[in-house]
Design a protein around this ligand. Sequence first.
Ligand code: G3P
Ligand code: CA
Length: 269
Amino acid sequence: LPASDALAGTEPPAVIAHRGASAYAPENTLAAVDKAADLGISWVENDVQRTKDGELVVVHDDNLKRTTDVEQVFPDRAPWKVKDFTAAEIARLDAGSWFDPAYAGARVPTLEQFADRLELHHQKLLLEIKNPDLYPGIERQTLKVLDDAGWLDPHHLASRLIVQSFSADSIRTVHSLKPAVKTGFLGTPPAADLAGYAAFADQINPSYSSISRRYVASVHTFTGPHGRPLEVFTWTVNDADTARLVAGYGVDGIITNNPDVVRDTLPEE
Ligand code: G3P
Ligand code: CA
């Protein structure tokens, strides 16, 4: 059973490639999606932000310095914020060489390009709305891009898409705009607050360093907006020992840069 159909905490956790298979290919690029597919990993996490001219792009930081050659291409445009560059400008950047020269020429993908590549591989998307306070209306726009790309088809929706954010307001907005879309809150709310989150979030997705077996069990006692126990996808677990530890806590998903390592550590379904 896919994690979404299983009783929370009773199946081996889903394995989610964090920013793609980002230990092996440059994060949040189509190459990192392809690498996850090559490894047989069906779930991919990404980070979505918006350009100056309103295009949704897949990039983690709010500036382009760490993961592209923006400082060389546009030396006069400090501090190189995503929101200050057009989509055409961002499309010129090399998002692969910083990771490994073998990936020279990799690009910052648009959300549409990223979703299309996942579709090609029959993969699933854990989409993070990153820095939503910088991008008013990004929730509605994200849903529109996904809808146009066929990702809101009701037959597949629940099994292949989750939208998450560190911003409770952002996922509350996603839930009210499109209640059928599964949502996840990134963080570790106190147990006393979980009932409030369960009104609009299907998942509570905490850092692995902040959880215990008891915390995961307490999350599972709440019922989410789709009538199922709240799930826990934890991040970012990159080694076998930690993967075994959190699997023992009963988490429903493990978000990892090394999805093959985590997958090979877990018991077979
Ligand atoms: O998916 C969870 C994880 O990605 C949250 O942290 O900084 O990697 O986006 P970050
Ligand atoms: Ca993320």
